[in-house]
Write a protein that binds this ligand. Structure first.
Ligand SMILES: [Zn+2]
Length: 113
């Protein structure tokens, strides 16, 4: 019985601890124990769009409703397409670059395209 986690690289379970790292005997991948010791799901929660699809950096999305930008008169129109989003976590999870600048948006107002 092994208590070490499966290799995140090749998913083989032929791993062993080495100082502060785990090492995979199959592919040679090493990764820190600390990252995997953190079992709190909230730190790497999947960010989902309005339809429940997982979003990732670089995804293209469209707005599903008009969004007023806080502290300005700018309104981002429903249907506006954002080519490449960046996930940042926090209250407004998605960082978008558009013609008007850079905006922080909530993933629940976006739809992956
Ligand atoms: Zn491996």
């Amino acid at each position: 019985m092994s208590t070490t986690p499966a290799c995140p690289q090749c998913a083989m379970e032929n791993t062993y601890p080495d100082a502060d790292n785990y090492v995979c005997a199959d592919c040679g991948h090493e990764w820190p124990m600390l990252a995997l010791a953190d079992t709190d799901d909230s730190t790497d929660a999947v960010i989902k769009d309005a339809n429940g699809n997982a979003l990732a950096d670089g995804d293209a999305v469209v707005l599903i409703k008009d969004l007023k930008v806080k502290g300005s008169s700018t309104v981002l129109k429903m249907g506006t397409k954002v080519k490449s989003i960046r996930l940042v976590g926090g209250d407004h999870e998605v960082d978008c670059k558009m013609d008007g600048g850079s905006f922080m948006l909530k993933a629940c107002y976006l739809k992956k395209v």
